[in-house]
Design a protein around this ligand. Structure first.
Ligand code: SIN
Length: 484
């Protein structure tokens, strides 16, 4: 594809280079573009510029920041189709999902633009008649955001919008596989009125160097990261010397539990939506489907048919439901996990690398008879394979579901209100979908427990990650004035 044929080329043209980070289409491995390959010096320069831009942005009237975020939201929505096509080209997800992600990404901009006006403090009743106390919330300062390739727009807006709303300036490092969407939405933000140095994007193939520079900088007062638990731990260690504020949205291993009183059709539909979104490449995807004995066969018969009916192909084709995986390593990893599972007695139904195509396609499949000694019981599959585990009691279900180091999202299907409460309370996860296959919305807090990290994104809690609390103690107030 010629650079000028790229969707949203008008937004990208200033950032396209003749060398640097190469962006390719995972569907056919064709070249899409080159963007700048930033090095350590670029990171230091960006941090300096974001620091210089801070006083102006932070001290603006809150309504002005809110209006600018509103304009950015509207600009993203106005370019929805271009951005969606660009996303499908560089990331691979099917176009219907890309359209959904543009809306999802924009929803954070809209929400936090509105929340900018509600960063309230507190008045504290005093212990001394001569004193008064209030709490104010202030922008944390320069923020760094390191974002993944699986949601090339939404994971940026979910971090940047609350930061900008609170008055912070930001330096973003998007994934090297998906820099084009990142640059396009940044350009729209600048056109909407966000000062250029208040929102800087650093594209780079050297995530380790960029990450280390951001973490070790004492100017950067907050780091928000979405990615693997392994990398999250490295970044947290590197941030220790400056004790910056951290948000870590890390790996998941979601159980999707179907109890014997569930609406089976709804559970099958939910399992398809939850497992196969973005070809299984989300950290909240069902990683372990768990089905109770009494309904196992009925569920499996319906689930097999539904998986077999999924249409796999180029994401730009409106009919497709599963696009390619993002890169070859992703296909290799799924193959390895499937090999391990079948060597331990699991039966592979469907599934497998699609031969005879240039892109990184893997057919959706099921591992019937999955067991807890398989690698996929603990590792994130990040691909279109659904292992199905059998269980008999609620206690056993909780034992399996919670037997993991991470705790991001969990899902279960049941119609018994008592069981629903007991299970919801017992699951060691940050988000629980109950007869619901999705927990992703700007309205509710997104984040995990245990080694899935800490901090919450979206919702009224999301902005708290980007402010510091300051207590003001006023003395010498004097005697109360006479009142009627
Ligand atoms: C993720 O996979 O990291 C995020 C998924 C979502 O926001 O739904």
């Amino acid at each position: 594809m010629k650079a000028t044929d790229l969707p949203a080329h008008d937004l990208l043209k200033d950032f396209l280079t003749g060398e640097g980070v190469e962006v390719t289409n995972p569907s056919d491995l064709s070249h899409l573009a080159y963007v700048k390959d930033c090095k350590a010096d670029d990171v230091r320069d960006a941090i300096g510029r974001a620091e210089a831009a801070l006083p102006d942005w932070r001290d603006r009237n809150v309504k002005e920041r809110a209006d600018i975020l509103r304009a950015w939201f509207e600009a993203i929505m106005a370019r929805k189709e271009d951005l969606a096509r660009l996303m499908t080209l560089e990331q691979g997800k099917v176009i219907t999902e890309s359209r959904g992600e543009v809306e999802y990404g924009a929803s954070f901009v809209e929400w936090f633009g509105e929340e900018a006006k509600r960063v309230y403090g507190d008045h504290i009743p005093s212990h001394d008649t001569d004193k008064r106390m209030v709490v104010i919330k202030q922008a944390v300062g320069v923020v760094a955001a390191i974002t993944p390739w699986n949601f090339p727009i939404a994971m940026i807006t979910r971090k940047i919008s609350p930061a900008l709303a609170a008055g912070c300036t930001v330096v973003v490092k998007p994934a090297a596989l998906t820099p084009l969407c990142a640059l396009a939405i940044m350009k729209l933000a600048h056109e909407a009125g966000v000062p250029e140095d208040a929102f800087i994007t650093l594209t780079s193939s050297d995530a380790a160097t960029v990450g280390e520079e951001l973490c070790k900088s004492s100017t950067v007062r907050k780091l928000s990261f979405t990615g693997s638990t392994k990398v999250g731990k490295i970044l947290a260690e590197q941030s220790a010397s400056t004790l910056k504020k951290l948000s870590m949205e890390l790996g998941g291993n979601a159980p999707f539990i179907v109890f014997d009183d569930a609406d089976i059709d709804a559970a099958v539909e939910g399992a398809i939506a939850c497992k196969f979104r973005n070809a299984g490449q989300t950290c909240v995807c069902a990683n372990r489907v768990m089905v109770q004995d009494g309904i196992y066969d009925e569920f499996m018969a319906k689930f097999r048919d539904a998986v077999a009916a999924l249409k796999v192909g180029d994401g730009l084709d409106d009919d497709m439901e599963i696009g390619p995986l993002v890169e070859e390593a992703a296909v290799d990893k799924v193959e390895e996990l499937v090999e391990d599972a079948t060597s331990r007695g699991g039966e592979l139904i469907g599934g497998g690398r699609m031969e005879g195509r240039d892109g990184w396609f893997y057919r959706p499949g099921i591992i019937d008879g999955a067991t807890t000694d398989m690698r996929l019981a603990e590792e994130e599959i990040f691909g279109p394979i659904a292992p199905v585990f059998r269980f008999s009691s609620d206690e056993e279900a909780m034992e399996i579901a919670n037997d993991t180091a991470v705790g991001l999202a969990a899902y279960f299907y049941s119609r018994d209100i008592g069981r629903i409460w007991r299970v919801a309370e017992a699951l060691e996860y940050g988000m629980v979908g109950i007869n619901a296959p999705s927990v992703s919305t700007e309205l509710a807090p997104f984040g995990g427990v245990k080694e899935s990290g800490f901090g919450r994104e979206g919702s009224k809690y999301g902005v708290e990650e980007y402010v510091e609390i300051k207590a003001l103690h006023f003395g010498g107030i004097g005697e109360a004035l006479p009142r009627r």
